[in-house]
Design a protein around this ligand. Structure first.
Ligand code: FES
Length: 340
């Protein structure tokens, strides 16, 4: 038994089995629905139910907030049809986002940034450059068809693509990158993907970064600097200890050179002799301490799901951040689909 899914406005129809998500059914039918993380954390697959009902599996509130849920929005990567449906998907090209392409890339350079973060530089064939929005990510396509997602750390005008990869315990791909991958080898990627990018506004921006969550934030800030965008920026960079901090000098330089950029590094679990000048605590708590209200800012949060979820809940519930002014890119670290 299956259910008919009608997509609006395209009019495309496909069948969904009761055991598969709407996104899985659409992919099986060769139909394009915008998507990113496939695990209910990025919001890229958000669609509106026009008629019918779904069963929604676990997802992150930052990807679909309660008011959106009550207005009939759902996440196709987490929704299973329980009857025939009509849903309205968002256009796959939105806010200037480009359709993703699958392309070969060459590994130009591998360079360790600290004890467990690797910088990888990629080059597209010939003189091609990737057309993307600062903050988006790409996926490596493995020989077995599985994928590994990493945020792009370089700005769109850079001819080369920069990634930051943290060594994941038990993560096959990152172990391969750290121990076996060779420069000048060719791999396959799909890009650009994701909905984490700068939203136009005059409001101050608070970037909340955990670990390599710094990568897409670096891309956005470098892009803003290049385009002389002088919006007020507060960059909170959370890591466990000093040995985990990387590209600290670049952030210090931004702070020194641009009066609109404030940089606040934070150690959550420092070693005894770590730099005493650097603040201690949790990165989202530091924002809570520094801002009486978040009612008139935009927050861009990138890191582990627990950071994104906690920041969303605390900022919206305790500091009056409007739910639609929280933009997130949550990393998941499952062995199947780890992200940077
Ligand atoms: S693809 Fe569905 S929430 Fe990310």
């Amino acid at each position: 038994m299956g259910y008919k899914i009608l997509l609006s406005p395209s009019g495309e129809v496909f069948d969904a089995k009761p055991s598969e998500t709407i996104l899985e059914a659409a992919i099986r039918a060769g139909i394009t629905i915008p998507y990113g993380c496939q695990n209910g954390s990025c919001g890229s697959c958000k669609s509106k139910i026009i008629s019918g009902n779904v069963f929604l599996e676990g997802y992150q509130e930052s990807a679909l907030n309660n008011s959106e849920l009550s207005e009939g929005w759902t996440l196709c990567c987490k929704a299973l049809a329980t009857e025939d449906l009509e849903i309205e998907t968002r256009p796959s090209v939105d806010d200037g986002l480009r359709n993703p392409i699958i392309t070969p890339v060459r590994i130009e350079k591998l360079e360790k940034l600290n004890h467990d973060v690797m910088k990888m530089i990629l080059k597209l064939p010939g003189k091609e450059a990737l057309d993307f929005q600062a903050g988006q990510y790409l996926e490596f396509i493995m020989k077995d068809g599985s994928r590994r997602a990493f945020s792009i750390a370089s700005r769109p005008s850079d001819p080369l693509i920069e990634l930051h990869m943290r060594l994941i315990e038990g993560g096959k791909f990152t172990h391969f990158v750290f121990n076996e991958m060779q420069e000048k080898t060719i791999h396959r990627i799909e890009a650009p993907l994701g909905q984490f990018y700068l939203r136009q506004s005059d409001k101050p921006m608070i970037f909340v970064s955990g670990g390599t969550g710094f990568a897409p934030i670096k891309s956005v800030i470098e892009d803003m600097i290049e385009s002389n965008n002088t919006r007020s920026i507060f960059l909170y960079q959370g890591v466990k200890a000093e040995e985990d901090l990387y590209m600290h000098e670049i952030c210090e330089l931004w702070k020194k050179k641009y009066s609109n950029i404030k940089y606040i590094p934070i150690f959550s679990d420092p070693n005894e002799d770590d730099n005493k000048i650097i603040r201690r605590g949790l990165v989202h708590s530091a924002v809570m301490e520094d801002f009486q209200t978040l009612s008139d800012v935009q927050v861009y949060c990138c890191g582990a799901p627990i950071l994104v979820e906690t920041a969303f809940k605390e900022f919206t519930k305790k500091k009056s951040l409007p739910e639609n002014e929280f933009y997130a890119d949550a990393f998941s670290f499952s062995p199947v689909k780890p992200t940077s």
